[in-house]
Design a protein around this ligand. Sequence first.
Ligand SMILES: Cc1cc2nc3c(=O)[nH]c(=O)nc-3n(C[C@H](O)[C@H](O)[C@H](O)COP(=O)(O)O)c2cc1C
Length: 351
Amino acid sequence: MKRMTYMSSFARSLSPEEIDQIGAHASRRNALDGITGALLTLGSVFFQIIEGDDRAVDDLYTRVLRDDRHTDIICLRTEPNATHRLFPDWSMNVFDLDQTVGGGVVQPLKLLLGRMSEAQHIIESYTQPAVSRIMTQGLNPLEIPLKKVERVVLFTDMVAFSTISDRLAIEDVSELVSTYLETCSTAIARSGGEVTKFLGDGVMAYFDADAADEALQSCLDIHHELKLIREAAPVRSARRLIYSGFGLALGPVIEGSMGSSVKMDYTIIGEPVNTAARLEALTRTLNTPVLMTEAVARATRRRWEISFVDAVDLGRDHATPVHALAVGAPEGMSMRSAATQFLDVVAAPPS
Ligand SMILES: Cc1cc2nc3c(=O)[nH]c(=O)nc-3n(C[C@H](O)[C@H](O)[C@H](O)COP(=O)(O)O)c2cc1C
């Protein structure tokens, strides 16, 4: 038999009557399916334990995942080989802890669960979406074996960031980086990509091997959105300095949990990662914002204005043919000059 423990957040405000309804329906249905367990609510958080035959638990958890009354579902533990039921007499007992008064253990338990869900929300904001998704599925990311897969890797970062950040106030640097990372992550996620790391002002992301078009689309979207941000920025705003370069490579990578006892990442490693990073750096030298390998250019299905630029030494034993997407580099100046052209105005103390 199997036992799963998860927590989730209300998707909207739910009245005590609605929670009673969930409990009553669960209890009736679970009695038929041989499921037992407990459902606790506190504030706007559910904690639930479900136990029963493997198939019945899996079916229930699949239905629960689809239920739009709650969201941010994180499975805290899956016990695939549970030997006995912890709640044999409860087809689903509901405890609304907000309505429960009592001394003894109730008060500290409420406090503990409340703190746990606050901590969970903080940890969640620092967690890669891929890890949260794996945990939502009831899997332990640390136990998922590494796999060799093809991926489109995307690297992007801000042009001349070190020069710019040296001259700006901390708040301006922070606002600039947040604006940049938000713009990038939103566009990448919208195109189905996975942001795996922020490296200061840089972003490393990957897409499925058949999603070269989506990867290019995300670069185009970011490029256009940054232009809009620059144009809408007041004269003294650091947002006028926000330019970006993109490098894309496609090939086999190893994907999975990697790291140390201090910190783990669910990420990818391999040659395309290094190549994408080097191409991204090369955008400054070649003064064109989006560079990609031939494999990426070939993997596209949509019509893009892509042209061969040069065969470049990217630290491999042969020169790598590099292709560029026509997205309009800054006119009459280098990307670096464009990014720093208003630096004196933006960084100058107000007169
Ligand atoms: C927090 C939460 C806990 C739930 N627990 C159960 C449960 O233990 N058993 C159950 O059958 N449905 C439970 N549900 C409801 C399921 O998500 C789903 O709506 C229901 O099982 C569909 O039942 P039906 O196929 O009989 O319509 C729960 C829903 C929520 C939001």
